[in-house]
Ligand binder design. Structure first.
Ligand code: KIV
Length: 283
């Protein structure tokens, strides 16, 4: 069957039919092409790019300009997956009109299909405003990395009955406000299961167990390219960091030992042209 571009309706249909959904992050053209070729449903240009690509110590410093730059690259590399651009810290919290404008820019200039923002009930009015502007919004609750300082670090959320109940209320409020989907990050499995059952829209879990409608991971974590933070929920499917390091060292050793480049990597010149060339420079 020929592949078609994934739409918001396909995501909802998969939830309704109990078919598991997949989402991965990507930050550039080549990465997006790989994720798209793997037939992943959704590509998220996460603000995790601040940590895994730009080397910041959190997602907080990421700017709209940086997001737009990476969103455009991912859009160029994506043919089929539904795309999501993350709204960076302070692009939507201070002012509702600014939130709508920045969300719009992620579609208009970043060429994304939708946006994601962090927060629960306190973000309901913003979600309403953005989605009223015709922009699909993915919510994100539980461990919300942009507020990790307020949360006291990268900690599991919803571990007590009261905080778990609060998460359910947040999820319901986001759905009522118009979110088409919600990310549940670092929450105990029973809480994620209840939320996923209560919501009609799909949930994507990251560190939320197998009861969510879909799963999301960070590209660099899955491929073993980033080891500064290694949360319990990450499954490493490859060790590309080590493979890359081995290749880089092999290059250096080949060069210093005269094994690279060889004839096969070198452009030849005809004997006559070379002779003429040597004659010219000898003059
Ligand atoms: O920024 C990101 O990569 C995310 C995922 C962890 C869901 O928000």
């Amino acid at each position: 069957m020929s592949r078609k571009k994934v739409t918001i309706l396909d995501l909802q249909r998969k939830k309704n039919n109990k078919q598991p959904l997949t989402m991965l992050t990507a930050y550039d053209f080549t990465g997006a092409q790989l994720v798209d070729n793997a037939e992943i449903d959704v590509i998220l240009v996460g603000d995790s790019l601040g940590m895994v690509v730009l080397g910041y110590d959190s997602t907080v410093p990421v700017t709209m300009a940086e997001m737009l730059h990476h969103c455009r690259a991912v859009a160029r590399g994506t043919q089929y997956a539904f795309t999501v651009g993350d709204m960076p810290f302070l692009s939507y919290q201070a002012d509702m009109a600014e939130a709508v404008r920045n969300a719009g820019l992620l579609l208009k200039e970043g060429r994304m299909d939708s946006v994601k923002l962090e927060g629960g009930r306190e973000m309901a009015l913003t979600v309403e405003a953005v989605s009223r502007a015709g922009i699909p919004v993915m919510g994100h609750i539980g461990l919300t990395p942009q507020s990790q300082s307020k949360l006291g670090g990268y900690r599991v959320q919803g571990k007590t009955a009261v905080s778990a109940h609060n998460l359910v209320q947040d999820a319901l409020a986001l759905e009522a406000a118009g979110c088409y989907s919600i990310v549940l990050e670092a929450v105990p499995e029973p809480v994620a299961i209840v939320i996923s059952q209560k919501l009609t829209i799909p949930t994507f879990g990251i560190g939320a167990g197998a009861g969510c409608d879909g799963q999301v991971l960070v590209y660099h974590d899955l491929l073993g390219l980033f080891d500064r933070l290694q949360p319990r929920f990450v499954k490493q499917y490859a060790r590309l960091g080590q493979t890359a390091l081995d290749a880089l060292v092999a290059f250096r050793e080949d060069v210093i030992n005269g094994r690279f480049p060889t004839v096969e990597h070198t452009y030849p010149m005809s004997v006559e042209e070379e002779a003429e060339f040597r004659r010219m420079i000898a003059e």
